[in-house]
Unconditional design. Structure first.
Length: 192
């Protein structure tokens, strides 16, 4: 055969308003742009893939239990950007590590619109890997962390260390100490 045989079954699925498709009594998230659309679900023994035509748009480990839900934060970021207050109760946010829950509580308790600051932190997941964002939060300290601090920390880590070659003439260069009295004499001659 011209193509290797896939050991998978394929069937159409419709994405519900919660950005989920259902297979074998379990729910799996897909990017929010596909709400209401019919997609293909390809089922393997250990994973499932959700496709838009031939392009894989989501992949999850296959669950052989029942009534489980598998959510990926990246699938919900556009919705959270549009409706930031949803971050206070969204299931995808509640499944994040405890450090995120503590940051969310601190931000929402400190200011009425603190949930917007929290969503700004979540939006960094569009640019950086989740593990890197989490390690930046831990490095900065969760009590004072902001999206700007995390971004700055991440960009600082990404910059390669460049060795600058110093010419020999500059290595031996020494500045002469200047007498500060010279500035006093200049100031006396000026009229204020």
């Amino acid at each position: 055969p011209p193509h290797p045989h896939r050991c998978a079954t394929t069937r159409p699925v419709v994405v519900n308003k919660l950005c989920l498709v259902t297979y074998d009594h379990n729910r799996y998230s897909v990017p929010s742009a596909y709400v209401g659309k019919t997609l293909l679900l390809r089922t393997y023994a250990e994973r499932i893939e959700i496709l838009d035509r031939e392009r894989v748009i989501a992949a999850h480990p296959r669950c052989h239990e029942r009534k489980q839900t598998f959510l990926e934060l990246e699938h919900y970021l556009p919705v959270l950007a549009y409706k930031p207050h949803a971050a206070t109760h969204a299931a995808v946010v509640r499944q994040l590590p405890d450090v995120y829950q503590r940051i969310r509580r601190r931000m929402t308790q400190s200011r009425p619109d603190g949930y917007k600051d929290f969503v700004a932190i979540l939006m960094l997941h569009q640019v950086f890997r989740a593990a890197d964002v989490l390690s930046a939060i831990e490095a900065i300290g969760e009590d004072v962390v902001t999206a700007e601090q995390i971004c700055s920390h991440m960009l600082r880590l990404d910059k390669p260390k460049v060795a600058v070659a110093v010419p020999d003439e500059l290595k031996n260069y020494r500045l002469m100490k200047q007498s500060l009295a010279r500035y006093d004499s200049l100031a006396k001659g000026m009229v204020h």
